[in-house]
Design a protein around this ligand. Sequence first.
Ligand code: HAM
Length: 414
Amino acid sequence: MADLAAPEIARWQHIEAQARNVLSRYGFSEVRTPILERLELFVRSLGDETDVVQKEMYQFEDRGGRKLALRPEGTAGVMRYVAARGQDAQDARLYYIGPMFRSERPQAGRRRQFHQLGAEAIGAAHPAADAEVIALQLHLLQSWGLSQCRVHINTRGLGTDRVNAQQQIRELLLAKRELLCVDCQRRLDTNVLRVLDCKNPECARIVSALPPLTSFMSAEARSYLDEVCRSLTALEVPFELRPNLVRGLDYYQHTVWEITHPALGAQDAIAGGGRYLLNIGGRAIEGVGFAIGLERSLVALAAERPESPPDRLPLVWFVAQGERAHEEGLRLLQSLRWRGIAAQMCVDRRSMKAQFRAADRAKAMFVVVRGDAELEKGIFLLKTLATGVQEELDLPSLMDRMKPLERGDAVLLR
Ligand code: HAM
């Protein structure tokens, strides 16, 4: 688990702000659900045979003996919220940004606390809805500056398709049981579809010789996928069909997808999603959604866009000599801040030299000097540190020149 702070935090804030803007253009509003939920919610929603539930959840009992877990993903919590809202949440379009927890072995691309940006569109199955959500996800990634993402899609079909596919694939794989890795040998009995995306090279070789998942599915499931593909083409979203993509969570039915990025190495999924059906509190909730891994997005972004965005506003530093100038400084700083300008000074009355040093350390862009000489002349000295340019200004002209700034505005003064 990592601490997030300057300078990297600037990238986090940048992508989050960008994402909120894009999401609102698609009609999504934010939901913040608790980080802690009842264990039962995840076991039932994600599936008790999934790796996340079997191996990766942080779970414990509270003092009242309730079994709880730190959320390993966001969809289940959002669906609990939707179920509790009843009819009010029909057709809700919700998004979330926040930390998730999986107690995996840490390695490149895998953290125990990581962050997801997820979105869920509640509503009955319609292929165009799936395609629209994939288009939104790609839009988000592109708005951050990621141009090399690839969308891989497949279908898990409906419940009956899955049972059928599971049976047939199991039969085909039983003949090769001894060649599979230990995990996959267990999966043959518990969750055979997971064998299809095992990363073990020998398992992958065996899987590549299997017929595609769709060949075991009904015409309905296949035509749903065809319709999603047509809608994606209409939305100008490039994609590739990946016949063995299954995804690691059991709530999916029909469309599933993953988005990869070439900068990521072995853990190359930057994001994943799909259509799902969940039963919560006696209510069946259908929807389609996705989650983007933010740590992985930032790794990809650093590869595509090495220059980082500025992590703070351009700073004005006030340097004061003597009691009167010091008090003037405090007043001036406050009025600059109210105008939207970042301003600071050493409030502990240091020598002028020490104040200049502090301005340098803080990477101030401008220094406003009010020493004895300036007091006498009734002016302020404005220094632009990068250029060394100095100007003498009275208070009204100084205030006039200070404009509210955005991050990245290089020039304070016109
Ligand atoms: P997921 O594929 O389990 O899907 O996670 C989505 C993304 O979270 C992954 O593609 C990856 O970028 C990131 N991620 C997962 N585990 C880690 C980790 N240990 N360290 C760093 N990043 C990680 C879901 O969670 C579903 N809830 C997505 C969804 C929403 N499906 C429908 N709606």
